[in-house]
Ligand binder design. Structure first.
Ligand SMILES: C[S@@+](CC[C@H](N)C(=O)[O-])C[C@H]1O[C@@H](n2cnc3c(N)ncnc32)[C@H](O)[C@@H]1O
Length: 306
């Protein structure tokens, strides 16, 4: 089976599991490499990209997630981006669906449509229409992927006589409305159009890999590395109570991927006042020069420069 066929089969399983609520199908853990995803960032990307001057930067290595970090970087003038994620579905969402939405819609249509995809009560026929219209704006293999997923979902809903928005069930933060202030390209219609104009001149590559092994996977030098809050999840690889030396080794390896004035957005800290999460917890243990910035809503960005 080719990569796209595997992607289609895995995402079909997630749809089926979410549509047929009472049935016991495969558990989510069985979906090797494919899970639900974030439709929008839950980080204030606008604020942390304003912390430093990135106007002369050219390329970035960035976690894929919802794609909002990526589109924010493009808006800021970064035109070469290597994306990585442990969830392969993010590639189809970002480079297929979200990219097509930006190409097709104006500012208000983009926000309204994303909110429709997120809303539980949006009719399946409307979802079908939205995604069908977006196919025209997609390249292969994303077009084939979304077309096949649409057909599968439509048939499943008919067979089972259910009327749910399948896109609702594929979103990690199901139900949360879009927060335009979080993304610089959604600040105003003008900002959004700036992103739209830049979209055709960018080179974005997706790689399925673990963010803790970046130096084994990539060998280029980057101006920027954006890691979101993946440190919150490294216990799955390093174990609970992982030693701080792991973090220093990790940063040392990331430094090998940085250009001489490169910057690592090392960790987006939620709940900064909680003892375990606050940057004070990491800072004394870091062998590298680092900076912590307070953001709104008790959040912080921990940043390391070359
Ligand atoms: C860190 S999460 C949380 C959402 C994030 N705060 C945002 O605004 O997008 C974002 C993405 O990181 C990915 N991720 C988490 N841990 C990872 C790891 N060790 N390596 C690669 N990707 C990872 C998840 O699959 C998800 O797509």
């Amino acid at each position: 089976m080719g990569e796209v066929d595997i992607a289609i089969e895995e995402v079909k399983k997630i749809i089926k599991q979410n549509i047929i609520r009472d049935s016991i199908l495969e558990k989510e853990n069985d979906f090797e490499g494919y899970q639900k995803l974030y439709y929008q960032t839950n980080e204030n990307v606008t604020d942390y990209l304003n912390l430093v001057d990135i106007s002369n930067k050219e390329n970035a290595l960035c976690v894929a997630g919802s794609g909002d970090q990526t589109f924010s970087l493009i808006y800021k003038g970064i035109n070469e981006i290597d994306l990585f994620d442990l969830n392969k579905f993010t590639e189809y969402f970002i480079l297929g669906l979200k990219n097509a939405m930006i190409l097709k819609y104006n500012y208000q249509e983009y926000i309204d449509t994303l909110n429709k995809l997120i809303r539980q009560m949006t009719k399946p026929s409307e979802i079908n229409e939205i995604i069908s219209d977006l196919l025209l704006y997609m390249d292969e293999p994303y077009k084939t992927f979304w077309q096949t997923i649409l057909n599968y979902n439509w048939q499943l809903q008919k067979e089972l006589n259910i009327h749910t928005n399948f896109m609702y069930g594929l979103n990690v933060n199901a139900g949360l409305k879009i927060i335009p202030q979080f993304c610089p390209f959604l600040t105003s219609e003008e900002d959004y159009n700036k992103l739209k104009n830049k979209l055709s001149n960018v080179n974005i590559q997706f790689t399925y890999c673990n963010g803790i092994d970046l130096s084994k996977t990539f060998n280029k030098k980057y101006d920027l590395i954006l890691l979101s809050n993946i440190l919150d999840y490294v216990y799955t690889c390093w174990g609970n109570n992982w030693p701080m030396q792991n973090l220093n080794n990790y940063i040392a390896n990331l430094q090998k991927l940085l250009k001489s004035s490169g910057i690592i957005f090392l960790h987006y800290i939620f709940n900064a006042s909680k003892p375990f999460y606050q940057s004070n917890f990491y800072q004394p243990c870091l062998d590298f020069k680092n900076e912590t910035y307070n953001l709104n809503n008790n959040q912080q960005m921990l940043l390391v420069r070359k």
